[in-house]
Ligand binder design. Structure first.
Ligand code: FE2
Length: 295
């Protein structure tokens, strides 16, 4: 754990809660049970984020089939493993083991074919996968990939007792594991003891949401209970968000600068136009998605 000197984050006016979202139970991969929190109808509202999946089960049958080889093009995937072990392999030759507290950031760009398979046959598997869109100009860039184990994810605690892990962006003067231009994502995992408060500055133009996965928190007087996502208002003049724990709680807080570009999705391909999607499918069928780049 990196314990940095932190600066206080004074939020003068907190965003409120615009809407509470219940996740949808879905099956994905070869039969993995998932709570899909950010679904396709919310992509425009929560631009630049395309999807948030929360998986969590003590039953191997719910996850053991994993995600065998599949392609991606046009966006980034961020996998955050709270508990469990998952092996990642991709067509660019990258391989990594994602385990307790680890983060894997993959920029699919022009194309990656990868597999994400559990490396355990029993016990708990819990975590998140977030999809972050790429600006049109970067959708066909070279793929990029990085694994961070738990110790490599910057973290800090506040005098109020919040324990914060900074996956992307920054919080209280602590820079996260990954920084991105254009979408400027902030991705925090916050553990907050009952009664404690946590504030985070959020740029005015960012879309933002919070997902509670332990306990219950309040945002501007509204409860956000376990398993629910709160879409935060884009209130003019609000400079961040203040969260209070109603009980011992854990939540992720995610914010990003919207791209305001057309979103065209066909399964694991997210482009700007239908023609680009057709091209992605053709390239995949022709075996061009995972191949090495030629200058
Ligand atoms: Fe994937």
């Amino acid at each position: 754990m990196t314990q940095a000197n932190i600066t206080s984050e004074n939020v003068l006016q907190s965003r409120g809660v615009e809407r509470i979202i219940n996740g949808q139970a879905v099956m994905d991969g070869a039969g993995v049970k998932i709570n899909r929190v950010l679904t396709q109808p919310l992509q425009r509202r929560l631009d630049p984020f395309l999807m948030l999946d929360n998986f969590g089960s003590d039953t191997a049958n719910d996850y053991i089939a994993g995600f065998p080889e599949h392609p991606h093009r046009g966006f980034e995937t961020v996998t955050y493993m709270l508990t469990g072990r998952m092996r990642h392999k991709d067509s660019a030759g990258n391989e990594g083991l994602l385990s307790n507290g680890g983060v894997q950031w993959m920029t699919a760009g022009r194309g990656v074919i990868h597999s994400e398979m559990p490396e355990q046959e029993e016990g708990r598997m819990e975590g998140f996968q977030l999809w972050l869109n790429l600006p049109a100009k970067d959708k066909m860039r070279e793929p990029w990939y990085r694994d961070f184990n738990a110790e490599q994810v910057p973290s800090f605690s506040t005098p109020e007792g919040a324990q914060v892990r900074v996956i992307a962006g920054g919080s209280h003067g602590v820079a996260g594991a990954v920084q991105r231009e254009v979408t400027e994502p902030i991705y925090l995992d916050v553990e907050l003891p009952a009664g404690a408060r946590f504030s985070q500055l959020i740029p005015a133009g960012h879309n933002a949401f919070l997902f509670t996965y332990r306990g219950a928190v309040h945002v501007a007087g509204k409860p956000v209970t376990i398993g629910r996502m709160a879409i935060l208002e884009n209130t003019a003049g609000a400079d961040g968000v203040t969260v209070t724990a109603a009980e011992d709680s854990r939540f992720i807080l995610v914010a990003g600068h919207p791209l305001n570009e057309p979103i065209a999705q066909y399964g694991p391909f997210v482009m700007n136009t239908q023609a680009e999607l057709t091209q992605a499918v053709e390239d995949f069928r022709a075996g061009k998605l995972g191949e090495e780049a030629h200058a």
